[in-house]
Design a protein around this ligand. Structure first.
Ligand code: SF4
Length: 790
């Protein structure tokens, strides 16, 4: 409370001061009489209960020693009149769920991998969780479940697993582990509290006070629990560079370490693909396991690719440089400054000569860091000039080295590299000087005063970050590995001017997946509502390397949705709108204008309750501008993706009672679960082919062609079909849902590939030659709902 009051009272706003005074009065203390922030900060940290670390030595049994889980044992939980039906009031027997659950159990029993397409509404999470729990209990080994989205992670952990625990009535431990950056770092918080005056603007004190108050409530330290205050919470998330692990004084209360501790000891661990793919390199968070379930598995290729991406951006330089040294008008901060102060305060070097040498080196390192700050910025500004003016991304091929544009940045690159090497060389000398003449790291550092030893360890971490940065700089500018794709991307710097970044990603991840996942795990279950293209999982299996596994180790299953799409959904394609991909110069503008007018009319008819999916941000914003005033005049709220609001927040606004139209691009095509009448009308603006100027997409297309394949039929089309199916699936989420889907891209009928989209949908598409007929039929279809509302 003292911390919070002091933060509030430091703000200039009178209301904050009044609130602070009120809080202080209610606690019957006067701020002036209270301990310093440091002391009260200590009390704040001590309010977090310490946890006790347990390091299990669970060895995985040899496969022949596994205890099997009989299919009958699994089935009895699901069957009509079974355990779930008796224990869960709204549980319904679904044969598809039963079938999937038995298939998962058989995959575990037979040490095989399983690919399942599970239609929306079958209850697939329960279908794999039950055999996973039974397997874990029978064999006393953990099973890891990995999802693509945090939403699904949360749902499984807070809803599905507790439901299973209630039914199974056998104790099992479950844990949820997210990526490091989701957790509050107490060490960073401590530093920010100590330097709040220099580091924070006045309007950031309130969010910080809010965060301190939240610490008393949270059991997880998961920053996503906080509403708002992103600008402060971003600065307090745990980072690998700053984490001192067991040497951290908050280790015993650290939220991240607590989550890892729970995860390592759990029977069922819920994680996400990103954490899962970090494990081979940094195995910290997940227990040893031979059985893994990937949900939302259609995203695995993208998730694995993102994890391996290498990049050099302004943040790569500035993040590390700021930690080394930062000077503002009011104060100096950073490790080099701290070391200089420690040198005087602790006198940790015996010989005056060594102290002088170190002092000099620290000064030199600060100068090198300043030089690198400037040269890296100049270099990245140069990189921003590589893409053509109107484009923000440019694929880099080896031939770019011969271009004039590249020749202009070569000297800038050379200077940045020289400055980077000079800085790391200086830091290595400082490291040697601090440790003493003998290179005996552990013993030498152990003998030093604790703050000095801490600083030296931190120096080691920052040096590693700089070495990695140097490697990435070399790798992304060499453009030499033909299994990687390279590109330059332009964003805005803090001054609003363009600044470039260099990126590289592996073109294929299939071999990696085959070697590190499918060959190492005994049983991997991959499931999603959209695993198949034309009723076959071959496309995804190929993309993720499952076809490199011995065929007798892989089985597949497709269980359809229990929904009656004929009854629940009207799906139409307006042929009266212009062709979205017309070839005349104004085609896009004509289409956007006509699309916006039609969508506005449909929104009025459906009284909002409409989700519009776009493939282009620009088109979405143009439509939003055209429709905003008209919709508002009709009492319909327009919610548009972006503006710093999370998908979850926008979706929760949409769920409120007010008639709304929600417009979104990429991330809204999947993972948005709007059950009931909140969503009654879905508009798909365009068939979702990946952008051809996306460097990863273009490199993958080329690789398919190089291997003798048809890049459109074997790559672009199946990817678009999977995304289209995901988008289409947003409308009907429950057996009582009803609604209208309008696909405004007529290519679904006019192009010969259109049939591939149509036959992958659960509903028949109707063609409408005129708007009046479409609107009249949509109105008829939606009327029963209108009545139900009134
Ligand atoms: S252990 Fe790492 S993440 Fe946890 S509080 Fe310490 S520095 Fe932060």
């Amino acid at each position: 409370m003292e911390v919070i009051c002091q933060l509030l009272s430091a703000g200039s706003d009178d209301a904050l001061k009044a609130l602070s005074a009120e809080l202080a009065r209610s606690q019957a203390f006067a701020l002036t009489a209270r301990p310093s922030l440091d002391e009260s900060g200590d009390a704040l940290f001590k309010s977090i209960p310490p946890h006790h670390f347990v390091y299990p030595k669970r060895e995985l049994p040899n496969p022949v020693e596994y205890r099997q889980i009989p299919a009958d044992d699994v089935g009895r939980w699901f069957q009509a009149g079974g355990e779930f039906e008796r224990a869960v009031p709204d549980f319904e027997y679904r044969p598809e769920q039963h079938q999937m659950s038995v298939a998962v159990a058989e995959a575990f029993n037979g040490q095989r991998h399983l690919v399942v397409e599970a239609g929306t509404g079958i209850g697939k999470t329960i279908a794999y969780l039950v055999p996973a729990v039974l397997w874990s209990l029978a064999n006393k080994i953990p099973v890891v479940v990995s999802t693509n989205t945090k939403n699904l992670q949360e749902q499984i952990f807070t809803k599905d697993l507790p439901a299973i625990a209630r039914v199974i009535r056998a104790p099992f431990k479950s844990a949820l582990i997210k990526g490091r950056s989701n957790y509050l770092c107490l060490s960073r918080l401590e530093q920010l509290l100590s330097h709040r005056e220099a580091e924070l603007a006045e309007d950031q004190l309130l969010p910080l006070a809010h965060l301190c108050a939240w610490i008393f409530r949270t059991a997880t330290g998961d920053l996503s629990e906080l509403d708002g205050g992103a600008e402060v919470s971003d600065r307090l998330a745990s980072t690998p560079e700053e984490c001192r692990g067991r040497k951290c004084r908050h280790y015993g209360r650290c939220f991240l370490q607590r989550a890892r501790n729970l995860s390592i000891n759990a029977d069922i661990v819920i994680t996400n693909h990103s954490v899962f793919f970090s494990e081979p390199e940094k195995p910290l968070a997940l227990p040893k396991t031979a059985q893994v379930v990937f949900d939302e598995a259609h995203n695995l290729e993208e998730a694995a690719t993102r994890k391996f991406e290498r990049e050099v951006t302004a943040y790569s330089f500035n993040g590390t440089l700021r930690k080394l040294h930062h000077a503002s008008r009011r104060r100096e901060s950073g490790l080099l400054h701290r070391l200089r102060e420690l040198l005087f305060a602790n006198n940790f070097l015996d010989a005056a000569e060594a102290r002088d040498a170190l002092y000099e080196r620290l000064g030199a390192a600060i100068k090198h860091a300043d030089k690198l700050r400037l040269s890296s910025r100049r270099f990245l500004k140069g990189v921003a000039g590589l893409p053509r003016k109107e484009e923000s991304v440019m694929r880099l091929r080896p031939a770019v080295h011969a271009s004039f544009a590249w020749s202009e940045i070569v000297p800038l690159l050379q200077t940045a590299q020289d400055d980077l090497y000079a800085l790391t060389a200086e830091l290595e000398k400082i490291q040697d000087l601090c440790k003493g003449p003998e290179d005996a790291p552990a013993e030498a550092v152990a003998a030093l005063p604790e703050p000095v030893a801490d600083a030296i360890r931190e120096l080691g971490v920052l040096l590693s970050a700089l070495h990695e940065l140097a490697d990435n700089l070399e790798f992304t500018t060499a453009i030499a590995d033909r299994d990687w794709v390279y590109w330059a991307a332009v964003s805005r710097d803090y001054d609003g001017k363009p600044i470039g970044g260099l990126h590289a990603a592996p073109i294929e991840i299939a071999k990696f997946m085959a070697e590190t996942v499918f060959a190492k795990k005994e049983s991997v279950v991959l499931c999603s509502a959209t695993m198949n293209v034309s009723h076959s999982p071959a496309f995804i299996a190929h993309r993720i390397g499952l076809d490199l596994v011995e065929p007798d180790r892989v089985t597949s299953l497709c269980v359809g949705s229990p929904f009656d799409y004929r009854r629940q959904c009207l799906a139409g394609v307006p042929l009266f709108l212009p062709d979205v991909a017309g070839s005349h110069p104004d085609a896009e503008g004509d289409y956007t204008a006509a699309f916006a007018t039609f969508t506005g009319r449909l929104a009025v008819l459906s009284r909002g309750r409409m989700l519009v999916l776009f493939t282009s941000y620009r088109m979405m914003m143009t439509c939003a501008e055209r429709l905003r005033a008209d919709l508002s005049g009709q009492g319909i709220r327009l919610l548009v993706q972006g503006g710093g609001q999370s998908r979850e927040h926008i979706t929760s606004l949409f769920r409120e009672d007010a008639p709304s139209v929600l417009m979104g691009t990429d991330s809204f095509w999947e993972g948005v679960d709007l059950i009931g009448e909140a969503l009654s009308c879905l508009v798909i603006a365009r068939l979702p082919f990946d952008a051809v100027n996306d460097p990863v997409v273009s490199a993958r297309s080329e690789r398919v062609a190089e291997n003798g394949g048809d890049s459109f039929r074997e790559f672009a089309l199946p990817n678009a079909i999977i995304k289209f199916r995901q988008g289409f699936g947003r409308l009907i989420r429950h057996k009582e849902d009803r609604g209208v889907v309008v696909v405004t891209d007529q290519r679904i009928f006019t192009k010969n590939y259109g049939g591939s989209f149509r036959k992958n949908l659960p509903a028949e598409l109707v063609q409408y030659a005129d708007e009046a007929t479409l609107l009249a039929e949509a109105a008829r279809f939606l009327i029963p709902q209108h009545k139900a509302i009134s």
